[in-house]
Design a protein around this ligand. Sequence first.
Ligand code: ATP
Ligand code: ATP
Length: 217
Amino acid sequence: MNNQFAVIGLGLFGSALCEELQLQNAEVLAIDIDESKTRQIATLCNHVIVADATDEATVAELGLANFDIVFVAIGDNLETSILTTLVLKEAGVKKVWVKARDKFHAKILQKVGADKVINPEWDMGRRVAQSMLDNRLFDYLELGHEMVLTEFVIGLQQNGRTLADLNLLQQNDFQLLAIKRGEVLHNVLTGKMELQLGDILILAGNKHAIDHWLDTL
Ligand code: ATP
Ligand code: ATP
C-alpha cells in the first residue's frame, strides 16, 4: 500500500491531489517554488514547503527518494517539468508520476524515465464518455460503510464476453451475486458464462471497487 507522497507544483491539479490524499489520511508533502501557492494550500495540507524541485541538492535534502510516489504537477512549463522528472529519477525516486500537457510532452517524459504519465484532459474526456455510456439502472443502494448494492445492464460493448473476460469472479472487494436474464435469476456463475445484451448483473460490495471495475469496461 502506498502511503507517503510528495506533490510538486500546486496549480489546480496539484492542489486537488494534495487535498484528496490528505483527506484519505495519507502523508503528503506539497512543494512549490512560489510562496503564495504554498500559503494557499497550507490550510488543506500538513506539510508544505517552498522549494525549487529542479535543484538536485534540494531534492536530496528533502529525502524525496524515500517517498512512495512523487507527483510532478508542473504543466505549463515543459522544460521545468522534464528537468524535475529527470532530477527525481536520478535521485533514485522509485515512482515518479507526471502530468503531461500533450502527447509530445508525454513522450519526452517517458524517455526521461517517468513511471506514469497522466494527461488529465484526455483521461477525463474518456472518463466522462464512460459516464455518458454508463449502463447502471440505478446509482446505488447504500448499505453503509461504503458498501453498496447496484445493478449493471450488459450493453453492446460487453455482449458475448465471458465473466472471466470481465474479471468478475476474482474481485476481492465486491461480488457478483447473480445475473438476471429475462425471467430467470442465474446464481451459479462460472468464468465461461457468456453475457448477453440486456443481462442484468447484480453487484454488491465496496463502492469504490465497483466504480473502479466499471472504469475498466
Ligand atoms: P493547473 O492546470 O493544474 O492549474 P498547470 O499545469 O497550469 O496547473 P501551473 O499553473 O503552471 O500548472 O502550476 C504549476 C505550479 O508549479 C506553479 O504553482 C508553479 O509555481 C510550480 N512550479 C514551477 N516551477 C517549479 C519548480 N521548479 N519547483 C517547484 N514548483 C514549481
Ligand atoms: P420483472 O422484474 O417481472 O421481469 P420487468 O421486466 O418489468 O419486471 P425489469 O426487468 O426490472 O422489470 O425492467 C423493465 C425493463 O426496463 C427491462 O427490460 C429493462 O432492461 C428496462 N430498463 C430499465 N431501466 C433501463 C434503463 N435505464 N435503460 C434501458 N432499459 C432499462
